[in-house]
Write a protein that binds this ligand. Sequence first.
Ligand SMILES: O=C(O)CCC(=O)C1=CC=C[C@@H](O)[C@@H]1C(=O)O
Ligand SMILES: [Mg+2]
Length: 347
Amino acid sequence: MTPTLSFRGFSLPLESTLETAHGRIDERQGFLVKLTDGDAVGYGEATPLPGWTESLEACEHGLERARATISEEGLSEAIETVDDCVAARHGLTLAVADLRSAREATPLYQYLSDDALVGRVPVNTTIGDGTAAETADAVEAAVSRGFDCCKLKVGVRSVEADIERVRRARDAVGSDVELRTDANGSWTIEEAESAIEGFADHGVSILEQPLPAGALSGHAALRGGGIDIALDEGLLEHGVDAICEAGAADAIVLKPMALGGLDVAQQITAWVQQLEITPIVTTTIDAVVARTGAVHLAASVPDLPACGLATGELLAEDLARDPVLFENGSAVVPQAKGLGVSGLWSG
Ligand SMILES: O=C(O)CCC(=O)C1=CC=C[C@@H](O)[C@@H]1C(=O)O
Ligand SMILES: [Mg+2]
């Protein structure tokens, strides 16, 4: 039986604009992907993000190519036709993995790694730019919801303002909560050095992408200042080898949507861990399908730190009920067969 591919567009507003140094995110537009093979069905999600993936139009064209190719040539050829469209490839390969793991009656994370039972994975919550008071309130509210690791967006305001935001957040939640920061490549080396000095006073654990994506030696020079340096945009710019050769990162952020799929992201996590660099899996503020796929990926990789998987709360609407519960700073991993998201595609 030849599998058939279908997809339908969606647009999901955020609860409020996510202000980052990389730009504003108001909504997430993408495609819910459905793969049918006999009575087996698998779901994926292709949600492009400008600056991280192909455009929405290119993603749609990629899915159209894959739909035509799957019926004429087959599944692996269809995946090849979207090799240069990372979000489309993510959507197609996630649908394949969901269908195959469901058919094997195994949860997706066990399909990805033959792992024993993994009940939960540690997560960070994501706090957008805001005033010092708004930031302190947001971190305090996150901790009251059970989170013990918060990532703050920085780099939109002055370094001094960001240091004050971090100080106020630390004062609000005390020393037991992990605070991370993400500058989305907005600083010069001097600004980054000043930020690191100020953030270190308030126990910030990780500073993500302080310098532009192209910088490598600059990031290497920032390491050892008391805060781990993580690269996010830099991974897409340089790849793991160059980052490792430059000694540019303590940690690397892996976004399955931006990397082309869980399979690619999983290979990179194993590679990165071999190099004694810490992988951190995050979403691209996706809908429930891709977000749950990222939770399964994190569950398939041993010894991960808190990952950026609690972004569902940033959305005002979603495609279906979230099968992932968050409690005590962790995501409870779905144990149903496949991805574990239901009620997606009626009719
Ligand atoms: O890492 C997280 O906590 C959640 C994901 C996240 O922060 C991002 C997702 C997509 C684009 C960016 O704004 C941002 C990032 O830079 O990591
Ligand atoms: Mg980032």
